[in-house]
Design a protein around this ligand. Sequence first.
Ligand code: ADP
Ligand code: ZN
Ligand code: MG
Length: 480
Amino acid sequence: MSREDYEAVIGLEVHAELSTKTKIFCNCSTKFGGAPNTQVCPVCMGMPGALPVLNEKVVEYAVKAGLATNCTISKDSKNDRKNYYYPDTPRAYQISQFDKPLCEHGYIEIDTKNGKKKIKILRIHIEDDAGKLNHDDFSGDSLVDLNRAGVPLIEIVSEPDIASSEEADAYLKKLKSVLEYIEVSDCKMEEGSYRADVNVSVHKKGTPLGTRTECKNMSSFRSISREIEYEIERQIDLLEAGERVKQQTLRWDDVSGKTFAMRSKEEAQDYRYFPEPDLAAIKLSDEYIQKIKESLPELPESRKERYLGEYNMTEKEVGIITASKYLSDLFESASEICGNRKSVSNWIISDISRILNEKEMDAKDIPFTAEQLAHMVQIIDKGTISSSIGKKVLEEMFENPREPEEIVKEKGWAQISDEGEIRKVVSEILEANPQSVADFKAGKDRALGFLVGQAMKATKGKANPQLLNKLFVEEMNKMS
Ligand code: ADP
Ligand code: ZN
Ligand code: MG
């Protein structure tokens, strides 16, 4: 047997914080980043006798998420107590859903190297988030902050249908994009509002599934991919050495790039689930579900289809733009304002995507407006600046967003379109590059590109490129 005989099996449990204004069982604010314990009340602090009241918006958002992921919505569901003690959970139980989740049996479709693949969703249920422990390295104290306690979560549990780190990555990105489109979660990974428990096992093809390990609360796409790849190799090594994989909860260490065992896996019965006696069952009518269905906005797939049908765009362009609601909204608004869809799409696909990548920034944190992007395209179209200056303007818009005209004026980046001035540059460049002139005369068109490039360099990208081209050809044709 060799390593190629093994298959990896991955299942993901995604926790997304819902963007309701108030918590799931009380009226406290869900706003992120407040001073510790300023957004709390007896209910979310777990005081004895305080009674929870279910926030209707939470149900609505969860149903939305279920419908957007092709789930069946249960008209008859309930909350359950999941009992465990941890200092960030003073009530000593979480209110979750056990055997009757709100949504079941859905799927989302991902693109893989072998084409489209459906990843099945087992269930989506609602539950409350725990508080947070802040460990103070200086004093050695651990301080409890309950602002997050009671923030509503949906947990989206996939079937073990995922076969590689690439597929897991595509699934997580697609799911995030769907949740962003329907505006039920801001999915800010850096704030922990979109995080995943990653389950990995390996088995030989055609044999029963292997034992899984689980790494909880991961909130970086890159770490998740690395963890999966590491676990697959580690588990195959164990099996090849005749050992067993232990069912464990693991911790991923980003620095060493390894997983470490935290504890042996807990089972459902360890939690002594029972129906939450302080809350009524959740009964939904067909009309209610239908109304939410009708309120769903356009989802990424259908936007993709629409762009492909209506605009002359490639599958790849459309894929990049529609993957993010924010990019796709930016694209639509900016195109509408400046009337140059092709150019807006190019800027998004090339430079904006590149900068987002470099800054590890999420599209929704783009600091400039659609108007500002549209205006930049317009001043390029008008010839006020060249597109290479446009790149610099864009960088500036990321750093300190303001009107592109203002940036150009301030920096003295306006394009030189004065013929006399450009002719002077052209003469200088021609004089300095006799070999290129000879090449051009000998029919090597590439020489012209080189000369234009030199002139651009000399003018720091400010010369009007069309004019440069024209004058170079003119001048060289005059030369014998
Ligand atoms: P728990 O909360 O105990 O982890 P859940 O049923 O909520 O259990 O979630 C189990 C997750 O593990 C699901 O996403 C499921 O797809 C995945 N899973 C189940 N069996 C395997 C397996 N053999 N290998 C990898 N993932 C698995
Ligand atoms: Zn509260
Ligand atoms: Mg789990």
